[in-house]
Design a binder for this molecule. Structure first.
Ligand SMILES: Nc1ncnc2c1ncn2[C@@H]1O[C@H](COP(=O)(O)OP(=O)(O)OP(=O)(O)O)[C@@H](O)[C@H]1O
Ligand SMILES: O=C(O)c1ccc[n+]([C@@H]2O[C@H](COP(=O)([O-])O)[C@@H](O)[C@H]2O)c1
Length: 240
């Protein structure tokens, strides 16, 4: 079987583990929005562990972000301030060059050891693009994936053949499977779909359309204060 909900395969079952599950939620977060937070909170509830939000300094496979890495990290910090179980991990800001996930995961393995369960939290569109990631076939040896459904990128859609073949037998609906092996499983997070999109927010800001409700209040204030994304002045009706 090759799709979400498929039975576990022997290939990735078991294996000695030590320590708790470590979950990292990487992204450009340009800017962080309510969709990101819904995904992180959903994962925290299902996995019962902290979620570390990890901004990419130089996100691969996309145009340079509208805000600097420092600004995106600051907006993340504001978005999760005071919220238990949502943490900021700035490790990718301390590396030069493209923020390849394989490099981050190797660094995490050196830090946490070979037997600690590690998971990357991604949206369904990111999982569908996995075959374009640097050294993508090596990633499942380093990490589990936790995948959130996203409008327009549902996991029940047909996966590209190479991805379906690589993930065959790795799917699980059981969160405890992520604690039973250091890496190699794929868990679908079946939270309600959230339409949040940073592209849409940036476009609305630049067009002078209403956008503030799409991000947490301190993030909206930061965007206005730092004049990000071509924001119109606070006196402009669309930006209020
Ligand atoms: N509304 C959402 N539902 C599910 N996953 C999401 C949602 N928004 C973002 N994600 C996931 O969060 C991760 C980081 O997303 P990213 O920072 O690229 O935001 P984005 O809204 O997709 O941005 P952009 O529109 O600039 O591509 C990605 O894996 C993405 O798939
Ligand atoms: O390693 C790669 O080649 C790679 C290619 C595309 C995306 N990623 C990672 O996937 C996460 C989501 O990416 P993005 O561009 O949707 O914000 C983020 O942590 C990126 O670093 C990683």
């Amino acid at each position: 079987m090759t799709g979400p909900g498929s039975a576990p395969a022997a290939v990735c079952g078991g294996g000695e583990t030590t320590g708790g599950l470590h979950v990292f939620y990487g992204g450009t977060f340009d800017p962080v929005h309510h969709g990101h937070l819904a995904v992180a909170r959903g994962a925290r509830a299902v996995l019962d562990c902290p979620i570390r939000l990890m901004p990419a300094a130089d996100p691969p496979h996309r145009a340079p972000p509208g805000a600097s890495a420092g600004q995106r990290a600051r907006m993340l910090a504001l978005a999760i301030d005071g919220e238990p179980g949502l943490l900021l991990d700035e490790r990718e800001l301390h590396r030069d060059g493209p923020s390849y996930s394989v490099d981050t995961l190797r660094e995490l393995r050196r830090e946490l050891g070979e037997t600690t369960p590690i998971a990357l939290l991604v949206g369904a569109d990111s999982l569908l693009g996995l075959p374009t990631w640097h050294a993508w076939t090596t990633l499942t040896a380093l990490t589990h994936f936790v995948v959130a459904d996203r409008p327009g990128s549902r996991l029940d859609a047909r996966l590209p053949a190479a991805l379906a073949a690589h993930l065959a037998g790795r799917w699980t609906d059981d969160p405890s499977a992520l604690r039973a092996a250091p890496a190699g499983r794929v868990l679908c997070l079946r939270q309600p779909l959230h339409p949040g999109s940073a592209t849409r927010i940036r476009r609305r800001i630049a067009a002078g359309e209403a956008w503030r409700d799409l991000v947490p209040v301190p993030v909206a204030d930061y965007i206005v204060r730092h004049r990000l994304y071509g924001v119109h002045g606070p006196q402009t009706a669309g930006s209020l």
